[in-house]
Design a protein around this ligand. Structure first.
Ligand SMILES: *[C@@H]1O[C@H](CO)[C@@H](O)[C@H](O)[C@H]1NC(C)=O
Ligand SMILES: *[C@@H]1O[C@H](CO)[C@@H](O)[C@H](O)[C@H]1NC(C)=O
Ligand SMILES: *[C@@H]1O[C@H](CO)[C@@H](O)[C@H](O)[C@H]1NC(C)=O
Length: 296
């Protein structure tokens, strides 16, 4: 194999420059994608038939962590999410902010963690408050998976939110951009708001969906079976900390939600989004499933 490299391109990204070295042997390395992971709606739509990647603001992502460019891991096999009966909304601030217990079963939550660990997380940081960004320190997986999004939507969320109308639109599904977050001891996400995302064709996200995959009594009852690495599961410790805290005017705490296995938390986002934070994890590891409710 040729050991010579040529400098293909450089991208200026808000103060930092990313260089991309590509081996001349194109046949072997045809999959290498030199572009920094900062999708525009246009090129993503072309590649993925109408689905748009969100979170274009993370600037320090590693190159080569897209599906196309990371062929070393086998494709994710997400657990099947079964339809639930009797799901109920617990309002924390009417329909602006509410939880749903047992949104995922214990087995589903554990299987999602296991699959996520098998895929592998990538660290997410931020420039920090001095640069106008919320403090952020956690690990993330971001995939575009319309099938998983539809399965979760149809497992019962569709019925729960069928009465919500926003600007004449109704909820029609979940953003296929599924994210999984992992917070270890000492990691947190400072006060911030979540942006609404325009998915094109009159579709827009108005709610954040978070589902805690561990924490609370469910987690303590049966230990998660995580096999892949010692950093997460094999010395099992129940989760302590990691609460999601919402603030109203004058810094008043509106709600404080402690992670509990399988519990979903939904809140309005965009211009009506409450300031919120993910508190420091003080013991164990916190896992969260994230998507957004799409209205059209
Ligand atoms: C987070 O919790 C850990 C463990 O208790 C502690 O050592 C650390 O100082 C805490 N960090 C913050 C920012 O509170
Ligand atoms: C995991 O922990 C066990 C027991 O502490 C140790 O024997 C093993 O080598 C560790 N594995 C890894 C991958 O660190
Ligand atoms: C809100 O509380 C945080 C933490 O206690 C503090 O840093 C911040 O200055 C407060 N903001 C306002 C507007 O009171």
């Amino acid at each position: 194999m040729s050991m010579s490299f040529i400098l293909i391109s450089a991208f200026a990204l808000t103060g930092s420059v990313v260089y991309c070295l590509v081996p001349i042997n194109w046949a072997t390395y045809a999959n290498i994608n030199c572009r920094p992971k900062q999708y525009t709606n246009i090129n993503y739509r072309e590649k993925n038939g109408g689905n748009v990647m969100t979170e274009i603001s993370t600037r320090k992502r590693k190159m080569g962590d897209t599906k196309e460019t990371a062929p070393t891991k086998p494709a994710a096999k997400w657990p099947s999410i079964k339809p639930k009966k009797n799901l109920q909304i617990t309002p924390l601030r009417d329909f602006d902010l509410f939880t749903v217990q047992n949104f995922f079963s214990s087995a589903e939550s554990k299987a999602l963690i296991k699959t996520a660990e098998a895929i592998g997380f990538a660290h997410q940081g931020s420039l920090g408050p001095t640069k106008g960004e919320a403090y952020r320190d956690n690990d993330r997986i971001s995939v575009n998976d319309p099938v998983l999004a539809d399965t979760v939507w149809e497992s019962g969320l569709n019925k729960l939110v069928s009465d919500i109308k926003i600007r004449g639109k109704v909820a029609v599904g979940l953003n296929p951009n599924i994210r999984l977050y992992r917070y270890k001891v000492g990691q947190r996400f400072g006060r911030h708001i979540d942006e609404s995302v325009d998915l094109g064709d009159g579709r827009r996200t108005y709610y954040t969906l978070l589902v805690y995959l561990n924490g609370g009594p469910g987690e303590v009852k049966s230990k998660p079976k995580i096999d892949s690495s010692n950093s997460t599961g094999s010395s099992f410790e129940p989760l302590v900390g990691g609460e999601t805290v919402f603030y109203g005017p004058r810094n008043k705490t509106v709600a404080e939600v402690a992670p509990a296995e399988g519990t979903a938390l939904l809140h309005l986002h965009g211009d009506k989004c409450l300031l919120h934070e993910a508190r420091n994890v003080t013991k164990g590891v916190k896992y969260v499933f994230r998507s957004d409710v799409v209205f059209a």
